[in-house]
Design a protein around this ligand. Structure first.
Ligand code: C2E
Ligand code: CA
Ligand code: CA
Length: 716
């Protein structure tokens, strides 16, 4: 079914849209993730590069401090005048004048000490005043002094902790440029510089170290470098803030980032909106397509496919739930269309649909299977009889359509969900029941039962047998003579079908009807026509009547088929008469008229068969151009019973004669009947009184036995 693309309530399966949407979001997410990772990586890298730079700068600053004080110590210690001064007669005065006094306000150092080789202080000045270095220094200077004494050729520097804070200190033995004294005669010059706010401020500016401080405790967010004393112990730390260029970059690009995010959000929202819109649109059009595919445009009811799909769905959802399926077929709807036109027929269908909808609350589903067929489904099979009765009641009163009062009937077949049979089987059973309802005379409901199923099975068996019989040529024509009413001479023959089936005889009424139902009538009709023409070809001079089923006449290819058989057999069309019942004229008058016209044009004549058994009026004689009528046997039977019956026959014959249409009476069994009919104007008689149907060989024998002037003499 084309409905596979939809779920059962008409929702589309949106896999393609969903995949598209997923791809779109995956693409956008991937792009966003890559962008974010790249950007944060740039930020991190920028920050870490600058942090490394600042680490290096801080290290250089510490090295710079040490090298500056070392340089100063070296300039002052390796100096013959200084050696002379400290070893001279007034060393204290010399020391004070040269180094001590200026320490008060000198950018290169804040204090000086001259130390003896044993580590004792010879002289100490701090900011121009005498000092007590042993109290001032918290860090022992001995390791540094040891270095200075051991390698007097260069200055030695380190950081040290003092009561005034961290200092950078350097020392070197005071020496002449040319000669080095022995160890015990060595005095060492110590200069130190406080790392005070001014020093820090210089470093901060020169090395671009933001917020540089000297501290004992480094806060987590700060970068730092330990300040080590001569023994390698950390006495404080340089701490500064990261310049965080990444953060700056981020701050600078923030508006752009915000804009990108906005664009992205708009893009995603736009995409999502379009996708949503597309999904809605597809949903709408799928619903529409589903509705179109499952509904009947005229009545708005489910069509056959939609109805069965819904029944299936119900039974699938509740497999154990009982249900009853009703098939309805309107009786006489075709005549409404033919007589009043299709718009009235359509309006009638809509009225029927409306009445069915309001008919009974237990009706769950209503469908129109096309034409004048409807279907109902009810979840209460126990109420099937009551529902059917209500439906029949709708059709008991006429419909009023566009001011017209229209009466149609309905036949109903019902089947229930007996022991979980499939929906197809339910439809088949309801169809059998419907067929039975029609057979029994329409305007009734039949509920399927096993016997009905058996009858249908028997019919199917019979149908198979019939098919075989046609193929085997087991259905043959017999011929019943037609007599001139006055001379009582045979003037023609009517071909009547016989099925050679001695063990279980079956009348033509039944097997002809069976062939019609089974769609075998064209084939059977053609076979019988050909056999009849071949047989009748052997008795020239006699007319041949063949019965034509309404179904044959309504087949557009019928005239051509007849022409071909005539050609094949070489039979004179002028001898052929076709007997047609009024059924064909009612079911498809236009097609019947065309067929009759086409065949009459090549000389074939037409007789209206069974006249008086139905509703056909004398008017149809002229309308369709009939050459003859055959009064039905039932009229003769009626005439035997009442005077009025005889009057009907008289009037019928009189009317036909007035129209110049000759009349054959069939079923003439008694002499009085033959005389009565002859007297009242019948020109042909047919019946057991005069001759029974017989096989062609018998006919030929009978004819040959007749008198010598028999025109058939040469055929004998
Ligand atoms: P029908 O066309 O009205 O044929 C006349 C029927 O009346 C024949 O029945 C015939 O045997 C029967 N009949 C003739 N004279 C008498 C009589 O005096 N008394 C009684 N009681 N019956 C008489 P049959 O052969 O059983 O055919 C029945 C119907 O089957 C035919 O009625 C015709 O409608 C149909 N039929 C028969 N052969 C063919 C055929 O080859 N093609 C078609 N389409 N229908 C056929
Ligand atoms: Ca007939
Ligand atoms: Ca008849």
């Amino acid at each position: 079914m084309a409905m596979r693309e939809f779920s059962e309530d008409g929702r589309p399966r949106l896999t393609r849209v969903a995949i598209g949407l997923a791809l779109f979001f995956a693409f956008v997410t991937a792009l966003t993730t890559i962008g974010t990772v790249m950007f944060s990586d740039i930020i991190r890298t920028a920050t870490s590069i600058d942090d490394s730079r600042s680490q290096l700068a801080a290290r250089m600053a510490l090295v710079g401090l040490k090298s500056r004080i070392s340089g100063t110590v070296q300039d002052n210690a390796v100096w013959s005048d200084a050696y002379a001064g400290v070893w001279g007669p007034n060393p204290y005065g010399w020391i004070y004048d040269t180094w001590g006094a200026i320490s008060r306000n000198y950018p290169l150092y804040d204090g000086m000490i001259v130390m003896n080789a044993d580590g004792s202080v010879f002289s100490g000045m701090h900011k121009g005043r005498p000092s007590a270095p042993s109290a001032f220094f918290r860090t022992s200077l001995n390791p540094l002094l040891q270095l200075a004494l051991d390698s007097p050729g260069k200055a030695h520097a380190a950081f040290a902790d003092t009561t005034a804070g961290v200092v950078v200190v350097a020392m070197q033995v005071i020496q002449r440029n040319s000669h080095m004294d022995p160890l015990e005669k060595r005095k060492t010059l110590v200069l130190y510089k406080l790392i005070d706010p001014a020093v820090l401020s210089d470093i901060r500016q020169q090395q671009n170290l933001k917020g540089l401080i000297l501290t004992d405790r480094v806060e987590n967010h700060m970068l730092s470098l330990p300040v080590l004393d001569a023994g390698g112990r950390s006495i404080a730390s340089f701490a500064w803030q990261s310049a965080d260029p990444g953060e700056k970059l981020y701050q600078r690009e923030k508006p752009l980032i915000a804009l990108s995010i906005l664009v992205l959000v708009l893009f995603v929202c736009g995409g999502a909106y379009l996708a949503f819109d597309e999904v809605q649109r597809q949903r709408r059009s799928a619903r529409k397509a589903w509705a179109l595919a499952t509904h009947d445009a005229l009545s708005g009811l489910f069509n056959r496919g939609g109805f069965l799909q819904m029944v299936e769905q119900r039974r699938h959802n509740q497999p154990a739930a009982p249900g009853a399926l009703f098939l309805l077929d309107l009786d006489g709807f075709k005549a409404v269309n033919d007589n009043w036109g299709h718009p009235v027929g359509d309006a009638l269908i809509c009225s029927v649909a409306a009445e069915l909808k309001a008919c009974d609350p237990d009706i769950d589903l209503i469908g129109r299977f096309g034409g004048d067929e409807f279907a109902l489904y009810a979840a209460r099979p126990d109420r099937a009889g009551a529902i059917a009765e209500k439906v029949l009641a709708i059709f008991r009163k006429p419909f009023t359509i566009r001011g017209l009062t229209i009466k149609v009937g309905v036949s109903i077949g019902v089947a229930d969900t007996d022991r979980g049979i499939g929906t197809d089987e339910m439809v088949r059973r309801a169809d059998i029941a419907l067929y039975d309802a029609k057979e029994k005379g329409k305007e009734r409901a039949v509920i399927y039962d096993a016997a009905l199923g058996e009858a249908k099975a028997a019919e199917l068996r019979m149908e198979r047998e019939l098919r075989q019989a046609i193929a085997d040529g087991a259905i043959v024509p017999h011929f019943q003579p037609l007599f001139d009413a006055r001379t009582r001479q045979a003037v023609g023959f009517e071909a009547l079908a016989r099925w050679n089936r001695p063990e279980d005889p079956i009348t033509p009424d039944r097997f002809i009807a069976l062939a019609e139902r089974a769609g075998l009538m064209d084939q059977l009709g053609e076979s019988l026509l050909e056999q009849s023409l071949i047989a009748a070809g052997k008795w020239p001079g006699f007319s041949l009547s063949v019965n034509v089923s309404p179904l044959q006449l309504c087949n557009p290819r019928f005239p051509e088929q007849v022409r071909l058989v005539l050609d094949r057999t070489g039979f004179d069309p002028g001898r052929l008469s076709m007997e047609v019942t009024e059924g064909a004229l009612i079911s498809n008058p236009e097609q019947a008229r065309q067929a009759i016209h086409a065949l009459k044009s090549i000389g074939v004549r037409f007789a209206l068969d069974d006249f008086g058994s139905g509703y056909a009026s004398i008017g149809v004689l002229r309308q369709f151009g009939f050459d003859r009528i055959k009064i039905d046997r039932s009229l003769l039977v009626a005439a035997d019973e009442t005077d009025s019956g005889a009057d009907v026959i008289k009037a019928t014959i009189a009317l036909a004669r007035a129209l110049d249409v000759p009349v054959t009476a069939e079923g003439v069994e008694r002499q009085e009947q033959a005389d009565f009919l002859t007297q009242n104007g019948c020109d042909q008689l047919q019946g057991y009184l005069l001759g029974r149907p017989a096989a062609p060989a018998q006919i030929l024998r009978d004819l040959c036995e007749a008198k010598g002037e028999n025109p058939l003499a040469q055929a004998c």
